[in-house]
Structures are given as structure tokens and as C-alpha cells.
Design a protein around this ligand. Structure first.
Ligand SMILES: *[C@@H]1O[C@H](CO)[C@@H](O)[C@H](O)[C@H]1NC(C)=O
Ligand SMILES: *[C@@H]1O[C@H](CO)[C@@H](O)[C@H](O)[C@H]1NC(C)=O
Ligand SMILES: *[C@@H]1O[C@H](CO)[C@@H](O)[C@H](O)[C@H]1NC(C)=O
Ligand SMILES: *[C@@H]1O[C@H](CO)[C@@H](O)[C@H](O)[C@H]1NC(C)=O
Ligand SMILES: *[C@@H]1O[C@H](CO)[C@@H](O)[C@H](O)[C@H]1NC(C)=O
Ligand SMILES: *[C@@H]1O[C@H](CO)[C@@H](O)[C@H](O)[C@H]1NC(C)=O
Ligand SMILES: *[C@@H]1O[C@H](CO)[C@@H](O)[C@H](O)[C@H]1NC(C)=O
Ligand SMILES: *[C@@H]1O[C@H](CO)[C@@H](O)[C@H](O)[C@H]1NC(C)=O
Ligand SMILES: [Cu+2]
Length: 549
């Protein structure tokens, strides 16, 4: 799988660059025992510790991470969620896409420039200033994925979380002082569930989504889907004179706006406090009678950037993806775009793009990874038709897209008419698409690379709900890779050139490409160099995912 033991990275402060610096880290992944909610299990730690360290950098800085995989029984890698990797597509991290999985005992260096400010994440990142939330699974992920990917799972059911954790178990309690404003940076590392948040007696002043500044929005409730980030301000005002509870609830409904679902289920509540007086006991509960979170598709970008292309109809390339669950040739449950599930190939997509000459603009070269070719400079419009009865959060690597339209549940597929779009659309990198409805997104193709577009529910990634944007292939033809990246491939026995099947003679010959997903799921399990399997986000591998603040 493309996301081999990916540890996603945390938290960069967003100060404006004064003078570009280089920040270097030495990170070794090892198994450590952790019990953030009282139930222990092995998790992937960095330098023998968990929670993992935070990266602090400034826009313009170069970040270098020497990453060593000492997990012993699993391949791994790092992905820097929300960092666009401008001019460094080979540093994006997903195994099978921009690199090979890093086998145990190997070291590989990530080096990139921080292109935008804001809150990003390292799946293992958590510090006092960062506040985080997650759903929590007690079972081992490999077992859960194997149980899910069985022909008997005809309802495509994902594992349901056992609970929720906030700030890796540390909780969230804010010392609340009159006259002060508190900036929260909320990150969802959840594998499945979104979270709702509401503060007793206080507005939520939303100023940023997914590291993009917004015109301030004053709201009462917010919903954060897996992989999203929100920065908001809570003010301690003159009349405040109490300890105020706030409520975070896991949203495990398939679609919280659907009135036909029966009684709403909010099984996992967390109450935190804005504490003004430590001598008062924190016993008050924040009660929410109905969740009606802010509609983030109507937020406005701080910089007022206009719709790309200048108007509703002016774009160069249309990528239309119909998403529905599907069944493969062996009767296993999968998720499909346009009736095709993503299947990991022999050669990582970026390596194929770099080594197949002019043919790299032909999607056939890449195999069944749902490749979409876009040309340099194109204004690209992505339309996702969600034909499922649940909402899904879709995430794009390499870009922050504009959200032109994200209509309500039951709207159905996109009509094909480009009208009534947001003229100043919010930009972000993860958007929730409503059930039986669609979303219209745009970005400008000025970042050559091979970028994943996928549902960020980890279970759906494992079912194949992923596409690959092959951006500006003519500018990828002479891309070179660092020797340590090539070494990882060699050690894994993975070819580094040719088409998806590793054919270096006839790039359009599809012989040897993988067209049916394997029936036995091995995730990132490593059993010596013969194992080419990749899989499982580190999050799942470690059973973690957390909602951070
Ligand atoms: C990271 O690796 C590079 C190349 O091997 C080395 O020069 C550098 O000293 C390492 N940095 C740290 C902090 O270990
Ligand atoms: C949470 O975020 C607030 C605002 O940034 C910060 O003051 C506080 O220390 C953080 N608390 C925890 C427990 O992380
Ligand atoms: C975890 O394992 C137990 C015991 O096998 C099983 O009953 C439970 O359903 C599993 N939970 C998940 C979320 O897979
Ligand atoms: C919050 O206040 C308590 C009690 O005064 C103090 O012990 C604690 O260190 C404070 N926490 C922070 C993050 O300032
Ligand atoms: C969780 O919070 C919601 C909203 O206030 C409430 O309706 C529900 O009863 C709570 N659930 C539990 C188990 O406390
Ligand atoms: C997917 O398959 C269905 C049923 O066979 C068909 O109606 C539909 O047109 C196909 N969609 C695409 C995008 O190929
Ligand atoms: C790639 O390299 C070849 C050989 O060095 C050169 O002829 C060609 O112009 C380069 N192509 C691009 C797109 O830079
Ligand atoms: C790898 O080792 C860890 C820690 O001992 C263990 O929890 C995990 O199940 C192992 N993974 C596999 C795939 O065997
Ligand atoms: Cu999904």
C-alpha cells in the first residue's frame, strides 16, 4: 500500500521568515508501550518516546530529518501532511508513490523547504501548545484491516473506535484569564471519526483552516474531520467569571445531517474546561441539544483570492471522480473511483514518471492507481461525486485547493453545469464531501509531482479509495532521486525505473501490472527483503490517531 507505515508530521509554527534557517532532526522509529487512555499497546515512537516530537520551523526554512526505521518487523516512512513539497516531490513520503518503503535498519533523509505557514501535523506530534484529538482503537491494526477486508463484509463496515483521546491522553484544560485571548490549534489525527466541538457561553472565532488564513468567522459549533486542522480564538471577556466547560464529541454517524438515521449517537464525549478559578471544582457539563456545525464551505479566504480561472466556467482540465464502494474479482470489499480501486504497483509512480520518457504523460504507464494527467499551469477542476450514504473527507497532497461548491446531502452527482460557485472560495487540503452529493474543487498545476488524492479515513485508504494526480509529467522526466532513497528500493527488491510493472523496454506494455488486489493483507509487515508489501498509515500501525490542540 502506498502509505507504508507513514508517520505524518506535526506542527510547524507559522512565523514569517526573517532569515531562512536549516533545522535538522535525527529521528529513529521504534516500538514503545503507551497507554494514553489506560489501555496499553505497542505504538510507534520516535527516539524511544511517545508522544513524538514536534518540528518547529519558519516559512522559508529548510527542514532535514534523518529518519531511521528500527521497528524490526515493519517498513516505515514519513509524510508531512499539508506541506506542499514544492520542487521536492520525492520527499512527500507515501510508499509506492514518491518513494519505496524504508525497510528496518535503513536510514533515509527527508529534506524540504517549508512553503506555507500554519498548523500541520506529524501524526506523532504533540506538545503543550498544540491541542489534539483522536478516535482510539485498542486492537492491533493489522488484525482489524484483515477482518475488514473479507468477502463477508458486504456492508463495507470499518472498525468502530473504542474511545477518543485528547492531546495523547493529557486532556485539555486551559487557564483562563480575563482580558486574554487563547489561540487553539486543533488537529484531528483520527482514523475514522470526526469530532464536534462546542464551548459553553463562548463563541468560536475561526481564523484558519488547514493552514490557510480565513476572514474571521464567529461560530458556535465546529466539526473537524480526520486530517483537518482549525485555528480558532476563544476570548476571556469582561463578564466572564466562572469555569466554563466545553464539549468534544466523536461523530460516528455516517451523516450527521441525515434526519432518517434514528437517534443520533454521540458515544464518546470529552469535557474540558476553561478554568478561571482553580478553587472551584470543574463539575459543570456542556450540554448540546443539536449539533449543527458551521458550514466551512462558505468560509472566506483571508487574502480574498478569487476563483481560479477568474470565473465559473474557465478552467483547463476536468477530473471527475465517482466514488462508490465496490467489490473486486475475488469478492473482497473495496472502494472505487470510476469503478476502479487503487492497487499498489511494483514501481512507485514518481519513479515511473521520471524514467519512461514521453510516455509518462500516458496514464497506461502507471497501472491501476487511478492516474490523472494534468499539464503544467492548468487550472484543474476536480469533481468528486460521493455516491455513498456517508460523508467522506477527501485530501489532496501537493496543493491546497479551492472549495468552489460543497452542496448538502442528497444533492446527487454534479450536474455538469458550472454555475453559482463561490467567487472567493476557501482554500484547504481536506474537504468533507456530503452523502449522495458532490464537491467541486480547483487548483493550479504549478507543482510538478505525483500527488495522491484520497479519502482520509484510514480504513477507506486500505480499501483503495485513492487516485493519483500526475502533474506536469514533462517536467518530471529528468527528476533524480537521492542515493539513500534508491538504496531503500534496492534493499526492498523494488525496481526504480520503467512502467508500473518495471518494464524498461516497452512502457505501454501492461504485462505484469497488478490488476487485482491481493487477498491477503500484510500491511507494512516486513519479513525480509522478499517482502514488498507496504501498508497502513503509521497511525493505524500504532493504533493512534488523536485530536490535538
Ligand atoms: C543527517 O545526515 C546527514 C547525512 O548523512 C549528516 O551529514 C548529518 O550530520 C545528519 N544530521 C544529524 C542531526 O544527525
Ligand atoms: C492548548 O492550547 C492553548 C491555546 O493555544 C494553550 O494555551 C494550552 O496550553 C494548550 N493546552 C494543552 C494541554 O495542550
Ligand atoms: C477487537 O477484538 C475483539 C476481540 O477479538 C473483538 O470482539 C472486537 O470486535 C474488536 N474490535 C474492533 C474495533 O475490531
Ligand atoms: C494553570 O494554573 C495552575 C494553577 O494555578 C498551575 O499550576 C499551572 O501550571 C497553570 N498551567 C499553565 C499551563 O499555565
Ligand atoms: C454526550 O453529549 C451529548 C451532547 O451534549 C449528550 O446528548 C449525550 O447524552 C452525551 N453522552 C454521554 C454518554 O454523556
Ligand atoms: C461504473 O459501472 C456502472 C455499472 O456497471 C456503470 O453504470 C457506470 O457507467 C460506470 N461508471 C464509470 C465512471 O465508468
Ligand atoms: C532531460 O535530459 C535530457 C538529456 O540530458 C535532455 O536532452 C532533455 O532536454 C531534458 N529534458 C527536460 C525536460 O529537461
Ligand atoms: C511488530 O512488533 C510490535 C511490537 O512488538 C507488535 O506489536 C506488532 O504486532 C508486530 N507487527 C507485526 C506485523 O508482526
Ligand atoms: Cu471515506
Amino acid at each position: 500500500m502506498k502509505s507504508s507505515g507513514v508517520l505524518s508530521l506535526a506542527a510547524l509554527s507559522f512565523a514569517t521568515a526573517v532569515k531562512a534557517a536549516t533545522v535538522t532532526y535525527d529521528w529513529t522509529a521504534t516500538w514503545v508501550w503507551a497507554a494514553p487512555d489506560g489501555v496499553g499497546r505497542p505504538v510507534v515512537g520516535i527516539n524511544n518516546a511517545w508522544p513524538c516530537p514536534q518540528i518547529d520551523a519558519t516559512v522559508g526554512d529548510t527542514v532535514i530529518i534523518n529518519f531511521t526505521n528500527n521497528l524490526g518487523n515493519q517498513t516505515s516512512g514519513l509524510h508531512f501532511h499539508g506541506i506542499n513539497q514544492v520542487q521536492t516531490p520525492e520527499m512527500d513520503g507515501p510508499s509506492g508513490v514518491t518513494q519505496c518503503p524504508v525497510p528496518p535498519g535503513s536510514t533515509l533523509q527527508y529534506k524540504f523547504v517549508v512553503d506555507v505557514g500554519g498548523t500541520f501535523w506529524c501524526k506523532f506530534g504533540s506538545t503543550a501548545m498544540l491541542n489534539l484529538t483522536s478516535d482510539r482503537y485498542h486492537n492491533e491494526s493489522l488484525t482489524m484491516v484483515r477482518n475488514m477486508l473479507q468477502p463477508s463484509n458486504t456492508r463495507f463496515a470499518p472498525p468502530i473506535p473504542d474511545g477518543m483521546i485528547i492531546n495523547e491522553g493529557a486532556g485539555l484544560n486551559v487557564n483562563f484569564t480575563k482580558g486574554r485571548k487563547y489561540r487553539f490549534r486543533m488537529i484531528s489525527f483520527a482514523a475514522l471519526a470526526s469530532a464536534m466541538i462546542h464551548f459553553d457561553s463562548h463563541d468560536i472565532n475561526i481564523i484558519m483552516n488547514d493552514a490557510d488564513y480565513l476572514q474571521k468567522e464567529v461560530k458556535y459549533q465546529l466539526r473537524i474531520a480526520t486530517a483537518q486542522r482549525y485555528d480558532f480564538i476563544i476570548e476571556c471577556i469582561d463578564r466572564d467569571n466562572d469555569n466554563y466547560p466545553f464539549l468534544i464529541s466523536l461523530d460516528i454517524n455516517r451523516d450527521w445531517t441525515n434526519p432518517d438515521l434514528g437517534p443520533l449517537q454521540w458515544p464518546h464525549n470529552y469535557t474540558g474546561y476553561l478554568t478561571m478559578d482553580y478553587n472551584k471544582p470543574n463539575t459543570k457539563k456542556d450540554v448540546v441539544h443539536k449539533w449543527k456545525p458551521a458550514d466551512d464551505s462558505h468560509f472566506k479566504p483571508y487574502d480574498n483570492e478569487a476563483i481560479l480561472g477568474g470565473n465559473d466556467t474557465n478552467y483547463d482540465t476536468l477530473i471527475k471522480m465517482d466514488f462508490a464502494f465496490c467489490t473486486d474479482a475475488n469478492g473482497y470489499p473495496r472502494a472505487c473511483f470510476n469503478n476502479l480501486t487503487y492497487i499498489d504497483q511494483k514501481v512507485p509512480a514518481l519513479y515511473s514518471a521520471a524514467t519512461t520518457g514521453d510516455d509518462n504523460s500516458n496514464p497506461i504507464v502507471y497501472g491501476q492507481i487511478n492516474p490523472f494527467i494534468v499539464n503544467y499551469g492548468d487550472v484543474v477542476q476536480i469533481v468528486v461525486n460521493n455516491q455513498d450514504a456517508a460523508t467522506h473527507p477527501f485530501h489532496l497532497h501537493g496543493h491546497h485547493f479551492q472549495v468552489l461548491d460543497r452542496p448538502k446531502t442528497g444533492t446527487g452527482d454534479w450536474s455538469g453545469r458550472d454555475t453559482n460557485y463561490n467567487q472567493k472560495p476557501p482554500r484547504r487540503d481536506t474537504v468533507t464531501v456530503m452523502a449522495h452529493s458532490h464537491a467541486v474543487l480547483r487548483f493550479k498545476a504549478t507543482n510538478p509531482g505525483t500527488w495522491l488524492f484520497h479519502c482520509h479515513i484510514e480504513w477507506h485508504v486500505e480499501m483503495g479509495l485513492t487516485a493519483t494526480i500526475i502533474e506536469a509529467p514533462d517536467r518530471l522526466r529528468n527528476l533524480t532521486f537521492p542515493q539513500d532513497h534508491l538504496d531503500a528500493c534496492n534493499k526492498m527488491g523494488i525496481p526504480v525505473s520503467g512502467n508500473a510493472a518495471g518494464n524498461t523496454q516497452d512502457y505501454l506494455d501492461t504485462t505484469g501490472m497488478v490488476t487485482v488486489p491481493p487477498t491477503i493483507y500484510n500491511g507494512a509487515m516486513y519479513a525480509g527483503s522478499s517482502s514488498k508489501k507496504r501498508g497502513l498509515m503509521g497511525k493505524l500501525a500504532s493504533g493512534m490517531g488523536s485530536f490535538f490542540f
